[in-house]
Ligand binder design. Structure first.
Ligand code: ZN
Length: 88
């Protein structure tokens, strides 16, 4: 076990995950919302519109979408021109 810095709130915690236990609940909830949304809306959408539609921040969306469980939806995400990449 190591000290990790939470990807959401920035606090330090002891765990192997990327978010602290407090934020893990929020992460699970938002990932569920995101999955539901992408399953119901099969048309292409960019990150900004996705953020506006789901209420999930762009930063968190990028983090979720970089995960294995969302790889099946990657084709649905419209990348903006320019250097928008996965922000870690
Ligand atoms: Zn946190």
């Amino acid at each position: 076990m190591n000290f990790n810095k939470c990807s959401r709130c920035g606090c330090f915690f002891m765990s192997d995950s990327s978010v602290c236990p407090n934020c893990q609940t929020k992460d699970m909830y938002e990932m569920g919302q995101l999955k539901d949304f992408l399953e119901e809306n099969t048309s292409k959408i960019n990150i900004d519109s996705l953020s506006a539609s789901t209420g999930i921040s762009v930063k968190n969306l990028n983090r979720f979408l970089s995960q294995e469980q969302f790889s099946e939806f990657s084709g649905q995400i419209q990348k903006d021109d320019g250097n928008i990449g996965i922000q870690l």
